[in-house]
Design a protein around this ligand. Structure first.
Ligand code: ATP
Ligand code: MG
Length: 567
């Protein structure tokens, strides 16, 4: 398939027509129906991250849906931190999440914290007790699991199920006061231990955790469970469409039960869609945190991480991520999207925008023996033929240059069009050169090449005398600057399947980072953090914002090129 920008997407394993499946997605249809029927006057959505890690590409998709679906209908979107588990949450994560959402290009209406509703949630739980719809249970976590039954066997009722309202209210209040230890008691909904839906078998609503909360400090030692807290949060905020991932489909009856039995005035609707999975990528904060904690990566923003912070540092743009998320469509069935699709949207975004410059990753010296030692010249070269506004710079050409060692072979195979003894190639924006001699050290390693150039063949001179099949990039020995190039391979060697038994850390690619000390043309000397380039024939690169120092430029390869230059 060829897209309208001329980029061939044949090798991308996805139907890009999916973009239509975004604009015609089923959630959008529900919203339109609800507006037309008058069920809602205004659409209100929320993005509800738990601040227990950095956001990843999967979250970007949820963000895109939550914000864009509301925005399209002049609705509102809250950013709500679902901070009901003090053991895992941290303000560092709160700050990173805010930064990442803004960077992706979205603005929330209200900023909320679930923990701001703890008092109301407590009161609603007490209401359930009064209605005999909840009880304090002394079973241990393990016993609760045993009593719950299985998909084929019904559960067994807890011996504490029929405590009186008074006793339950008293115990619940004492749980709050801190009279019991962690795990000693829980508050459970009284629903149906026979229900075919396991989530309805008297789920736990509150647990005891003597832990300091990032927002409420030590005010609370009981915390609501997700299934109780989330519907209340949505109802309190007047969320109309509560969009979440497919694994919550079986929780929806409980979600509706909580809203109804807690007598919430506003009734939100939970709608599930298939989560985003990407090849060779993990989308679980828990696993990403393992990579950070084990020191396998250099933090949450390591350029190999699928976190928004990692993708940003690698050099992906907000546009490329948004377009990628849109192209993956909205579906009710889980699937795995090819990582190459993300790279495709990055190339599409940067195509005519960034300068094309020259850098050699593995420098090999070339002496042009027929070029006078005391001579040099300046060759005009445009930055990007697709974008004249970027202008041009002068390249120094002189007797000594560097090419990439990978562009030379002493004994080439058939159809090799780069440099080899006796062959002639074009130096990009300069001259034809021909290799005459290969100079080696005493161990037989190639140390330099001796070539001759043809002064008639200067780029732009209109020379038509003969043709060469290969064009290679180069830098001048006179003014090239040392730079560090960082090349990346996938961090995870296979698709991460939750169900296989292989320990996750065994799937990590030990060769996901390659650091090369290369040389680049001097025009890039003052690169700002995050400045992006296309290094001709090598790929798109981003100036690393953390590692780049005044005297040392570090470039992350965002993606290789699918280049017609590739020989
Ligand atoms: P993780 O398993 O990585 O911790 P999570 O779902 O627990 O993810 P939350 O902070 O609870 O993380 O997620 C916030 C929102 O992002 C939720 O609505 C969730 O459904 C959505 N989300 C998380 N992962 C994905 C994904 N891979 N694709 C689409 N949406 C996702
Ligand atoms: Mg979660």
């Amino acid at each position: 398939m060829v897209m309208n920008n001329g980029v061939n997407t044949d090798d991308i394993n996805i139907d890009i027509k999916n973009e239509d499946s975004y604009t015609s997605n089923f959630i959008r249809k529900i919203i339109i129906d609800d507006l037309e029927s008058g069920k809602h006057k205004e659409i209100v959505t929320r993005f509800p991250p738990e601040p227990n890690g950095y956001l990843h590409l999967g979250h970007a998709k949820a963000i895109m849906l939550d914000f864009e679906l509301a925005d399209e209908f002049n609705g509102r979107t809250n950013l709500r931190f679902d901070d009901t588990n003090p053991l895992k949450e941290d303000t560092e994560y709160v700050e990173s999440i805010k930064e990442d959402i803004k960077w992706l290009g979205y603005e929330w209406d209200d900023l909320r914290f679930a923990s701001d509703y703890f008092e109301e949630m407590y009161n609603r739980a007490a209401l359930l007790i009064k209605k005999q719809k909840a009880y304090v249970c002394d079973l241990s976590a393990e016993q609760i699991r045993e009593y719950r039954g299985t998909l084929t066997e019904p559960g067994i009722e807890s011996p504490y199920r029929n405590r009186s309202v008074e006793e339950n209210l008293d115990l619940f209040e004492r749980m709050r006061k801190g009279e019991f230890k962690d795990g000693e008691k829980v508050l459970r909904a009284k629903i149906d231990m026979q229900s075919p839906n396991m989530n309805m078998r008297d789920p736990v609503l509150y647990r005891i955790a003597h832990a300091t909360h990032h927002n409420t400090g030590d005010k609370w030692c009981i915390y609501p469970m997700y299934d109780f807290a989330h519907p209340l949060e949505d109802a309190i905020e007047g969320i109309t469409h509560s969009i979440c991932t497919l694994e919550f489909e079986d929780h929806r009856p409980l979600y509706d039960w909580v809203v109804r039995e807690c007598e919430m005035e506003h009734i939100p609707q939970q709608i599930e869609f298939a989560r985003l999975n990407v090849t060779n990528t993990v989308m679980s904060k828990r696993k990403l945190k393992m990579l950070v904690d084990e020191g396998i990566v250099d933090g949450w923003d390591d350029p190999r991480m699928p976190t928004i912070a990692g993708l940003r540092r690698r050099g992906f743009t907000p546009e490329s991520i948004r377009n990628f998320c849109r192209a993956t469509g909205v579906s009710k069935t889980n699937s795995v999207v090819d990582y190459q699709l993300l790279e495709h949207f990055l190339r599409e975004d940067l195509l005519g925008k960034v300068p094309r410059v020259m850098g050699v990753l593995r420098p090999l010296k070339v002496v042009i023996t027929n070029y006078p030692e005391d001579q040099e010249e300046q060759l005009e070269a445009v930055y990007n033929p697709d974008n004249p506004e970027l202008g041009s710079r002068k390249l120094t050409f002189s007797r000594e240059i560097y090419i990439d060692a990978e562009d030379f072979m002493e004994n080439p195979p058939k159809n090799y069009f780069r440099l080899y003894p006796g062959n002639e190639v074009r130096l990009k924006d300069a001259y034809f050169i021909k290799c005459n001699d290969v100079i080696k050290d005493k161990d037989g390693n190639i140390v330099e090449l001796h070539c001759t150039y043809d002064p008639e063949t200067r780029s732009g001179s209109g020379f038509t005398g003969r043709k060469v099949k290969g064009t290679i990039h180069w830098v001048s020995a006179k003014d090239a600057i040392p730079v560090e190039f960082r090349l990346y391979e996938p961090l995870i060697l296979e698709d991460d399947d939750e169900d296989d038994d292989k320990p996750f850390l065994e799937k990590v690619n030990p060769r996901s980072l390659e650091i090369l000390n290369g040389l680049a043309e001097p025009s890039i000397k003052n690169s700002a953090p995050h400045q992006k380039y296309q290094f001709i024939r090598v790929g798109y690169f981003n100036t690393d914002p953390k590692l780049t120092k005044k005297d040392k430029l570090v470039f992350n390869r965002i993606t290789a090129l699918k280049s017609s230059f590739k020989l």
